[in-house]
Design a protein around this ligand. Sequence first.
Ligand code: FAD
Length: 377
Amino acid sequence: MAANAYDVIVIGGGPAGCGAAIALARRGFRVLLLEKARLPVHKLCGEFLSVEVMALFERLGVAGAVRRAGPHRIDETLVTTADGAAFRSPLPGTGLGLSRRTLDRLLFAHAAAAGADTRDGVTARALTGSLASGFSVTTTAGTFTARLVLGAWGRRGRLDRTLGRRFLAEKTPFVAFKAHFEGLEIPGVVELHAFAGGYCGLSHVEDGRVNVCWITHRDRLREAGGRPEGMIARTFGEHAALARRFGRLRRVTDFCAVAQISFAVKGPMEGDVPMIGDTAGMIAPLCGDGMAMALHSAEMAAAHADAFLRGRADAEAFRRGYPRAWRDAFAGRLRLGRWMHHGYVRPLAASLAVRALAGMPALGRWLIRHTRDAAQT
Ligand SMILES: Cc1cc2nc3c(=O)[nH]c(=O)nc-3n(C[C@H](O)[C@H](O)[C@H](O)COP(=O)(O)OP(=O)(O)OC[C@H]3O[C@@H](n4cnc5c(N)ncnc54)[C@H](O)[C@@H]3O)c2cc1C
């Protein structure tokens, strides 16, 4: 086999891409994993790993390493609104707080240890080909070929434009930013505080730090001068519980920010390229389940890829089978997550919903269950 030829090229080294690369390299395939950032890097995320992630980590063979990385254990959630409504509930198990800087580096290293050729600091610029003829991927480090390419480049990127993906036509008004802070102790709880046009999540990660992550309508950010600091100051005035938290916090990292956050179903297959994780569709952040979905879709795609690469399933079976499995597993959850997001960013709807949850805790448990994959717990 030529030096630049692989069975599979995985584009993107987040949880989805690393999960797929680990699973396929362990099965003995020649895998190239491309990541445009030089690791480790801070990434925009609430950094809350939902309860069902641990089962996925166990199957991937990384659970021990994740535990050794010192994640914060989280078994309770607190949801509030600016007018003082609050709902506190135990989680259906123990979730984890771990920074993406630590988690993504750990998963990338495991992909290398599993036998994948891992390259960070390398950007995929274009891709052509089909399941019948094979693929060619042009990158900042040369051109590579493979029988299969998996799209794992996350929320939105240049390859979406190259492939002419339809979701790009939908303009989305949401922006998000996050940073790590010290000075506040909120052990064992993931907090979500709603304000007009957005919400803010707080929870501990390793080393006692608190990750604070906001998502908001871009108009709200504009009104606040376009800067995270302005946005924080503005939200203080509206939300007493959030203001109390912030009075004690000291920022220890720069802000990470992203714009144009879409909760659309982008599609699990584009041409002949299977998409995994956020590249197929991202669940609204308030569900706290994006990383579990990324890892789960990677596991599903790896099983379909295995059958195709070993000749047990032809190209047509792959084209039909993976998207069907993806839709069965995720389409309903993505829809429910979208409704919850759009309700929670509207003060009246958020207040009514949180008061209803406080009065009917069973409804809260139902929502948690239906935005999650029960099969993983
Ligand atoms: C505000 C906010 C808060 C969130 N909070 C949580 C939370 O608390 N818990 C949770 O589970 N989920 C959360 N999520 C969702 C979660 O971040 C994603 O679902 C998860 O990161 C998806 O993983 P992924 O591997 O698909 O994509 P990503 O993690 O985005 O990884 C994609 C990777 O591809 C790389 N890449 C992009 N383009 C290229 C290219 N051309 N060539 C090579 N590499 C490329 C990127 O650098 C990146 O590392 C949140 C999302 C948002 C927006």
